[in-house]
Design a protein around this ligand. Sequence first.
Ligand SMILES: [Zn+2]
Length: 133
Amino acid sequence: MPSCFVCGRTRNQNSKQDKITFHRFPTDVITREKWYEFLLSNSLPKDKVTQNSLICSEHFASHNFVYYNRKTILNKTAVPSICVARVKSAKLLFPETRTPIRISGFQVTASSSGLEDVVPLDDTNNTCLNMSS
Ligand SMILES: [Zn+2]
């Protein structure tokens, strides 16, 4: 049973009656990023989003929808903006800001403390090259 990633609402008789529709995460990278921002602002973990994750129409302003062939279609560039407070979302309390993974490692240490730090990396590279050639 598909359910909304944000509020946990499931597609059932009730949601049908309320004309609630469920929408996949957009494939467009920029729009998708905005959806993630919405998740973060709701303390939801964006790394839990899968291909099958859905967000229900309750989180979108009505102007984001297009009605076509009796179907409700979400505008391609629509971004969720409405937070629906439900008990379930309180279970998913995650820190709001996640610090991006720091790309430190070899390059950074090498430039700050001289060539010696690069040696182990070079060694492994050389071994690989020697082996193959
Ligand atoms: Zn929802």
